[in-house]
Structures are given as C-alpha cells and as structure tokens.
Design a protein around this ligand. Structure first.
Ligand code: VAH
Length: 312
C-alpha cells in the first residue's frame, strides 16, 4: 500500500492534491505537512514540518513509514524575486533535505519544475523539451537547479525522482500566492465579485496555463507511470493552453457580458512573464506516459465561473 508524504500541503497545488490522493490511496495513507497548521485538511494525518530542517522531515517520514515523497513546499516566482536569498534557502535547501530523506528511506519522489526554468534566450514558441535554459529569475535558477539535482539523485543514488514543468495553474479552491501567473486566477474571483479586473500583466503577454484538475491528474499519472518508459523523468513540459489577458477577458465576457478588464502593469512581474516562453511543447510527456489535458480556455472558464458563483 502506498504511503505518501506531501510537503507544502496548504499551498495551491498541495491543498487539492491531498484531497485527490486521499480519495485514491486512502485517507490515512496521505500525510499532509506544512510550515503551519491547516484547518479542514486535518481530516487526515497532518504534521507541521519546516522543510529547511532536515531532521524534522526525516522524523515525520520515518514515523509514518512513507514510500512516496511529494515535495511542493517552495516560494513562487514573484515572492522569490522579492526575497532571493530566502527563496534559495527554502527552494534549494528544502529540496536537498527532501531528496536526502527520499534517498535514506528509499522513497519514490516528485517535485514540480516550471516554465520558469526557461529564460529570454529559450525559443518562445513551441518550446522544446530539451533546449536552452538560462532563466533570469531566482525562481528560474531554483527550478533549473532542482531539475539537475533530481537527475543527480536518480543517476548517482537510484532515487526514483520524477517532475513536471508546470505552466500557470488555475484553481477555484485555493487562491494562489506570490506567483506571476496569479492574474489568471484573480481575474475569475474579481469577475464574480466586481465584474471587473485590473491586470498587472499587460495585454498581449502570452503564458502557458493549465486548469488544476489536469495538473493533479498529471502528477498521479506520472507517479504511476512505468519507470522504464521515463526518459525526461524530472522535467516534463506540460501545458493545456496559452493565452494573454485579453483572451481570458473575452472568454469571461461570454458569461458576464458587462465584465471589464483594465491594466496597471507591475514591471517586476511583467518582466518575469516576458522572460518565459509563450507556448511549450508537451509531446515528450504525451509520448512517454500519456499526458493529456482535458480543459481548454472555454471549458475551464465555464467551470471556474460556475464553481466560484457558488463559493464566492
Ligand atoms: C508562478 N504559478 O507564477 C507559478 C508558476 C509558471 C508559473 O511557476 O511563479
């Protein structure tokens, strides 16, 4: 029976992944951990863990006898750019601590990379699985380093490491925090509440995006995949759509005709967005483990607005 430990369990991905994995593998077989106490997530095993404390991670993983380690705890791009040294300590210190525990306890291991692992010199359209990676943000440096560190732990120590380069993730259950792509979530909440949104990302700025249900399925499918088929194991490009603010606004207007978008560009997050690809190529993920996204922009917009209309 799988016994899974998830760090960053109160974050945008973690809070939904805990629920999904508990439905699949059993309530008591998924141990949620974060730096602070959660609330309803405590329906199952929950532990406070500071990922920069290697003993804390080891003790919890040993106590619960986990065999699968999902490491999500990290600072996202905008926060990392504001606090680069803290980001290095958490994103890299936490990752190496988690990898060491996975090595010592022989755990299968997952951690996400990001389209942030690419930089201005990366081909922007249909970005290949293997290409130039010279990111200009601390978050990007963390993600490229993380990909290479996970490759190292696989090649040197035989740790079964796996990872995905996520695009911006959109969810109605947990608001994002500190990301550059957060506008694509905020716009839905504001559309419901105020029928208007002021975007900090400029019109015409394309970024890859994916609806959270597709992201969660991708994690489960990759972790269940046949390891002999995994060539790019730690950094699969995955995406469902690429859009710019005017396009998501136009889709929302199909449901809320009076919705209005305005712009007050944040130069820091705009510069980060412009350093990333416009659209990445997910063909390696499709070929090696059958990646498939099911939500495009119209289908996601309809689902987001209908779900938020109930919760907001
Ligand atoms: C961020 N949501 O904006 C994250 C993600 C591709 C973007 O890594 O930092």
């Amino acid at each position: 029976m799988k016994k899974i430990l998830i760090t960053g369990a109160l974050g945008q991905i973690g809070s939904e992944l805990v629920i999904k994995m508990r439905k699949i593998y059993g309530m008591n077989n998924v141990v949620a951990t974060d730096i602070r106490m959660g609330d309803d997530i405590q329906l199952g095993p929950f532990e406070i863990v500071d990922v920069t404390d290697p003993a804390a991670i080891y003790d919890v993983a040993k106590k619960h006898n986990v065999d699968t380690f999902i490491h999500l705890a990290a600072l996202l791009s905008a926060t990392a750019e504001a606090k680069p040294l803290l980001a290095w300590n958490i994103n890299m210190g936490g990752l190496v601590n988690a990898l060491e525990v996975a090595r010592e306890l022989n755990c299968k291991f997952f951690t996400p990379s990001s389209i942030g692992a690419f930089g201005p010199s990366t081909p922007k359209i249909n970005t290949p699985q293997n290409t130039i990676q010279r990111p200009t943000t601390m978050y990007g440096v963390n993600k490229v380093s993380g990909e290479l560190l996970c490759d190292y732990y696989f090649n040197k120590f035989g740790v079964d490491t796996r990872g995905l380069r996520f695009p911006g993730l959109i969810s109605y259950m947990t608001p994002p925090g500190g990301g550059t792509t957060d506008y694509s979530v905020e716009i839905f909440y504001e559309a419901i509440k105020n029928k208007a949104y002021t975007s900090y990302i400029d019109k015409g700025t394309y970024m890859d995006m994916m609806y959270m249900p597709d992201a969660l399925n991708a994690i489960v499918d990759l972790m269940e995949a046949d390891p002999t088929k995994l060539i790019n194991r730690n950094a699969y490009n995955v995406t469902a759509m690429s859009f710019e603010p005017e396009q998501i606004a136009s889709e929302i207007k199909q449901h809320i005709p009076e919705f209005k978008i305005a712009y007050k560009v944040d130069p820091v997050r705009q510069a980060i967005a412009e350093s990333w690809p416009e659209s990445i190529d997910p063909s390696a993920a499709k070929r090696e483990w059958g990646f498939k996204a099911t939500f495009d922009l119209p289908k996601m917009t309809e689902d987001m607005l209908s779900k938020l209309a109930v919760t907001c």
